[in-house]
Design a protein around this ligand. Sequence first.
Ligand code: AMP
Ligand code: MG
Length: 341
Amino acid sequence: METKIFKINSPEDENIKAVGEILREGGLAAIPTETVYGLAGNALDGKCAEKIFAAKGRPSDNPLIVHISSFSQWAPLVKEIPESAKALADAFWPGPLTIILPKSELIPKEVSGGLDTVAVRMPENEIARAIIESAGVPLAAPSANLSGKPSPTTASHVIDDMTGRIDAIVDSGDCNVGVESTVLSLAVYPPRLLRPGQVTPVMLTEILGEIEIDDAVFDKLLDGQEAASPGMKYKHYSPDASVVLVKGSFEKFAKHVNSNAVDGTVALCFEGEEASLSVPAVTYGRRNDPASQAKHIFDALRTVDKIGAKQVFARFPENEGMGLAVFNRLLRAAAFNIIEL
Ligand code: AMP
Ligand code: MG
């Protein structure tokens, strides 16, 4: 299939209409959001969800996040909107928080992956909201990468993965946040954090009082253990190279990398650290700056593959606040492989 590319830099752009029409007619379009690029289709049409799974090569029991552009689109998608959900939406929407609630009949089983709940968010990116509005329907949109690959944070990542597989790609430059939305389930009590993102546990606790953090945020699921969020049981964010997360000071890191370097060893480090390393280095943001690390981590993971890395030693990010989101993605990229020096 021919994939049309639309360069769109403002929510008033003429091309928004064309993309909205493709989506309204049942086509798929990759669209920018503030987190990562999304692969969007009509969330009320199970056939569109099936096309999304096929384009990504994603297992169809992994539910899709539904994106809305106005508060009034939310109520018809869920059984009810409890006070806690309203308070969260008031505080964080539009923005990178996904809220899970029991679903209404409008949500096809293909979108919810067979679950009786639905994940909804209102993106902050104005171009995303203009496209949803123009489509006239809520949009199911997982990350626009091939399943298992790092999420796309630039249009060129999407072009690499999705050309020939979907109807359109919107090119709006780089994503601001760089890691996917925080996913919180209000379908259980206490509310449960399923995926960390820019909206941190502390920010959620301020609104909700108590939350729990799902075990799968930090740990590998044991064989046979059921995933609260089906996506967490799949291999994720992984470059082709084997990645090891190295915990310890930069001095120890550099010594370890330099003495274990073989052909194909690459260091994944912070800006400014490259000069002390004897192997090719790819950086992911600044030390002690989780927001800059989040913005660059997925591009860095794609870059290590592009330069042919076989073994990657990665600096350990802070794992609190927004750093928890970066740590969670790197932990999966490293297949839970950590060494402590
Ligand atoms: P992505 O669409 O690639 O951003 O991934 C969405 C994530 O949210 C996946 O890990 C899904 O498993 C999770 N998710 C979406 N809907 C639900 C739901 N109804 N219940 C639990 N997890 C969900
Ligand atoms: Mg994804």
